[in-house]
Design a protein around this ligand. Structure first.
Ligand SMILES: *[C@@H]1O[C@H](CO)[C@@H](O)[C@H](O)[C@H]1NC(C)=O
Ligand SMILES: *[C@@H]1O[C@H](CO)[C@@H](O)[C@H](O)[C@H]1NC(C)=O
Ligand SMILES: *[C@@H]1O[C@H](CO)[C@@H](O)[C@H](O)[C@H]1NC(C)=O
Ligand SMILES: *[C@@H]1O[C@H](CO)[C@@H](O)[C@H](O)[C@H]1NC(C)=O
Ligand SMILES: *[C@@H]1O[C@H](CO)[C@@H](O)[C@H](O)[C@H]1NC(C)=O
Length: 479
């Protein structure tokens, strides 16, 4: 007891002193790009800056995106995708080439502030059936060595983002936390290696999934606002699943002999559509509690203080795989077009604000594709087309945020979203003669029928057309 009090007091002092010397807490975001019509990276970077976001985590190393982060001071985590783990683990030269092309190139004076290389993404996830288990650690070692050989060993660390399913506990007691039995020795070797290179352990924690995957899960325990019934772990009280899950990891690390390794939460967030409990209201509730914890530097019972976190996610992504669930395309704090969904304290000031939307987005013309009025008796045929449209475009709001639509509303939604995804190509609004294009906003029953935006690729084309016209103009004037 006495020892515990002394410890708490030491933490008080640490807390007080850090809050005096340190700048405001800051939070990072995951920037995924699995969208049919991605926003131009410059617009996204401006949006990050406008919202006080100083850290970003990417899922690959697309040079076109990364170069827009140059000179911004935004700390960046780039990533080796899972499908490259095998070749990088097999041959050190491949790791060297990867680092040269995807890291070194950006490290000029005034370049990109790359801090981490994520080697794979959740490679030990149970759902991957072990496909990446043998390659992840050797790939991590090769990338780390390549960073060191390139002269960046001190500045940039290689790590592996893990799903929280790499560890578990019994009776929900964090103190029983340990690595999943099938990968236990691999995890111990991995964390010892990370510790030796002073790299962080990265973990993705999803209170939403705890709730979504288990119908008996107590709703309030998924949120971080103190509403949950607390559970007791040998005198330590847990009022939410985030703290309990994080501290389960802390115990597993302690048992592996690396009690003080830095932890980064690589992904945490809440989706807003596509399934039960995925709504703007509940996402708002989650972020409200979580960002308050961040701003107050509350930490968890075993690791009070600063938390290093990347929110998942910045933007909705309409072509993400829905194998994990129909909520997958709706994790964005911002919609597909960069408009915010709810107020949130992104800059960790202690105050929620309505985020600054992406500036300079251009939409496709105000045209929608809908089921023809006189075809409403051909629903059978119309439905066959719906299946096709929805296998290409994103229909996951149907039955959820768009649950008030009737049958014909459902059909029109599917036709329209497909038509938008095909850049409003006239031929994409035929559906065996059942569909028509209209310039009347087709949104109905509280369901927005979105207009797509001009894809970043198209913007480039537009810019170059304008340039050519401009050049011609100059040439003609000179003649
Ligand atoms: C750089 O990273 C991208 C993945 O984002 C990959 O496609 C490319 O092959 C990498 N370059 C090298 C030389 O490995
Ligand atoms: C893993 O195995 C399951 C069941 O055999 C299968 O349905 C799934 O497609 C497999 N996943 C991968 C990534 O191989
Ligand atoms: C830090 O947070 C305070 C509010 O707690 C705010 O007034 C101030 O502008 C913030 N500073 C920075 C640099 O964001
Ligand atoms: C509309 O589609 C959704 C998703 O398939 C379905 O759950 C819902 O019942 C449909 N609505 C009607 C009125 O058929
Ligand atoms: C169409 O109507 C919906 C619902 O009123 C609205 O939210 C949306 O902004 C409108 N779209 C356009 C392009 O005006």
């Amino acid at each position: 007891m006495v020892r515990a009090e002394v410890l708490i007091c030491v933490f008080c002092i640490v807390l007080v002193s850090t809050s005096i010397v340190e700048a405001n807490e800051s939070v990072g975001v995951n920037w995924g790009t699995m969208a049919s019509h991605p926003i131009h990276p410059q617009i996204v970077v401006d949006m990050l800056k406008a919202n006080g976001i100083k850290k970003v985590k990417l899922f690959d190393a697309d040079g076109w995106i990364i170069k827009h982060l140059a000179g911004t001071g935004i700390e960046t985590m780039v990533a080796v995708p899972n499908d490259m783990l095998s070749i990088i683990s097999k041959d050190y030269d491949n790791a060297k080439d990867w680092v040269k092309e995807n890291v070194t190139k950006h490290m000029y004076n005034g370049g990109v502030d790359i801090k981490y290389v994520a080697v794979g993404n959740e490679p030990y996830l149970t759902a991957y059936n072990g496909s990446f288990v043998k390659d992840a650690l050797p790939a991590l070692k090769n990338i780390q060595k390549a960073l060191e050989d390139a002269g960046y060993g001190g500045q940039i660390k290689a790590t592996v983002p893990h799903n929280a399913d790499v560890y578990d506990s019994s009776n929900n007691k964090p103190s029983t936390g340990d690595w999943r039995s099938d990968i236990r020795s691999l995890m111990i070797e991995t964390v010892k290696f990370l510790h030796s290179t002073k790299a962080p352990f990265v973990v993705n924690i999803y209170p939403f999934l705890s709730l979504n995957l288990n119908k008996d899960f107590p709703l309030d325990f998924a949120f971080v606002d103190g509403g949950g019934k607390t559970t007791n772990d040998n005198g330590v009280q847990y009022s939410n699943v985030f703290d309990a899950n994080y501290d389960t990891l802390v115990w597993a690390l302690k048992k592996s002999g690396v009690p003080d390794i830095k932890i980064i939460v690589g992904e945490i967030g809440w989706p807003t559509d596509g399934t039960d409990h995925a709504s703007i209201d509940l996402a708002h509730r989650f972020y409200k509690g979580f960002m308050k914890k961040m701003a107050n530097k509350k930490g968890t019972p075993l690791r009070p203080g600063h938390l290093d976190v990347f929110l998942f996610s910045l933007l909705d992504e309409n072509i993400k795989s829905i194998a994990p669930g129909t909520f997958e395309r709706h994790w964005g704090i911002f919609r597909y077009d960069g408009r915010p969904k709810f107020s949130i304290d992104l800059a960790c000031t202690g105050q929620e604000t309505w985020p600054v939307a992406a500036q300079g987005i251009r939409y496709l013309p105000s045209k929608w594709c809908v089921l023809k009025k006189d075809k409403k008796d051909e629903l059978g045929k119309a439905f066959e087309n719906v299946n096709y449209a929805c296998s290409v475009a994103d229909c996951t709001p149907l039955g959820w945020s768009c649950d008030k639509l009737d049958k014909t509303g459902n059909i029109s939604y599917a036709y329209n979203i497909y038509f938008q995804m095909q850049d409003q190509d006239v031929q994409a609004c035929d559906f065996q003669g059942l569909a028509e294009i209209t310039d009347v906003n087709a949104s109905q029953s509280g369901c927005n029928f979105p207009l797509e935006i001009q894809s970043a690729g198209d913007r480039l084309k537009l810019v170059s057309v304008t340039n050519i016209v401009f050049l011609l103009f100059i040439v003609i004037t000179l003649m």
